[in-house]
Design a binder for this molecule. Structure first.
Ligand code: SAH
Ligand code: SF4
Length: 374
């Protein structure tokens, strides 16, 4: 593990994290360096996790000095790292322009998934999602997306990037934001993460979750071929228009057509359909049966998510027996429909809860700043 010493932070330096291999090669060409130097640098940054140029001993002093003058290797700044009783970790991260994002790591016994954000906030306003109530929104850069994963690796000290037995074995693009409103940056970031000479996460270990930005789904299949998760949550357009308002633009039939056309959809790599369980809203036996009917012909598995209530939310979580009944009906109709165990509730790290603390902290800080004498 390596940290950027604060005396090395070069305020005008461009961040090398987030550049594609071609861009990194072009940057080094500007310094008069051959392409193999870019390969070495890539290895230092993404395989070894090193951010201090002075540690990059294969590069030669002259080049290291030039790099130090012009560039940085910078993750987002860690504001806080919280650890849940169940092992879940949550980071509040600050970007260079002072925005705040959250990332969550969810451990299993011998592996785990980093839940990565794609935007500051979200422009969509799904009525059950806390992130959707956040006003401030901007797309994250490739550096900020890749940087979140690297912060997780730092926290576990998993450098050099191990091939086997890693705790940070998976990525789910299920943090704050709608990844397919930031498709270019998300694709660029995930390509960096998938690169075998660096962070080396296979596309089979990456899942992108979307609320249903239909025209972008094809690109994900073609350019990444990673796993796809769809936030479905309702079986009629009437209800989905309310819960997931992007449905008014891309209704259920169009969304499911895009899923049928998703290139990696096969029985071995099924599409995940996420379904948040809302008491008396979408949790009836009839809706479970309708869900199975809708998904006929699609290699699908369903993830039933108990609703995580947040202050001011208009919904309640379905009672456990209703969720179990829903799951059993789907199972009996041949669909796998496990109930997701909420993780990290004590640190507000569960699905849909990301935002609150950061905004509150942000506001508190602003008012503190106001109170300071000029
Ligand atoms: N914007 C993307 C990815 C982030 S949300 C999307 O919507 O798919 C990740 C998952 O958490 C989505 O399925 C989302 O619908 C779900 N979610 C949001 N708020 C939730 C809440 N309060 N309780 C349970 N799940 C929630
Ligand atoms: Fe945005 Fe996803 Fe939340 Fe909807 S569920 S508001 S798309 S983050």
């Amino acid at each position: 593990m390596s940290e950027t010493p604060s005396d090395q932070i070069n305020p005008i330096g461009q961040n090398l994290i987030g550049l594609s291999r071609e861009e990194l090669t072009a940057e080094l060409a500007k310094l008069g360096e051959k392409p193999f130097r870019a390969k070495q640098l890539w290895h230092w940054i993404y395989h070894r996790g090193v951010s201090d140029f002075t540690e990059m001993t294969t590069l030669g002093k002259g080049l290291r000095d030039k790099l130090m003058e012009n560039y940085v290797v910078a993750r987002p700044e860690i504001v806080t790292e919280q650890r849940s009783k169940d092992g879940t970790r949550k980071w509040l991260l600050r970007t260079a322009d002072g925005n705040e994002i959250e990332s969550v790591y969810i451990p299993e016994e011998d592996r785990g998934a980093m839940c990565v954000s794609s935007q500051v906030g979200c422009t969509l306003t799904c009525t059950f999602c806390h992130t959707g109530t956040q006003k401030l929104v901007r797309n994250l850069t490739p550096a900020e997306i890749v940087g979140q994963f690297m912060v997780g690796r730092d926290s576990y000290g998993e450098w050099p990037s191990p091939k086997d037995g890693r705790m940070l074995s998976n990525i789910v693009m299920m943090g704050m934001g709608e990844p397919l409103f930031n498709t270019d940056n998300v694709i660029k970031a995930l390509k960096i993460i998938m690169d075998g000479d660096g962070l080396a996460l296979s596309k089979r270990r990456i899942t992108l979750s979307t609320s249903g930005v239909v025209p972008e789904i094809k690109r994900i299949g073609e350019e990444l071929g990673c796993g796809l998760a769809i936030s479905l949550h309702a079986v009629t357009d009437e209800l989905r228009d309310v819960l997931v308002p992007i449905n008014r633009k891309y209704p259920i039939a169009d969304l499911l057509d895009a899923c049928r056309a998703y290139p990696v959809a096969s029985n071995a790599r099924r599409i995940t359909f996420e379904y948040v369980m809302l008491k008396g809203i979408n949790d009836s036996a009839a809706e479970a049966r309708e869900l199975a009917r809708l998904l006929k012909g699609i290699p699908a598995k369903i993830n039933l998510i108990p609703f995580n209530k947040w202050p001011g939310a208009a919904y309640d979580c379905s009672p456990t027996p209703n969720i179990q009944r829903f799951s059993t009906i789907l199972n009996d109709l041949g669909l796998s429909a496990p109930i997701r165990v909420p993780r990290g509730r004590d640190i507000l790290a569960a699905c849909g809860q990301l935002k609150s603390e950061s905004l509150r902290a942000h506001k508190a800080k602003l008012s503190q700043a106001d109170a300071l004498p000029a």
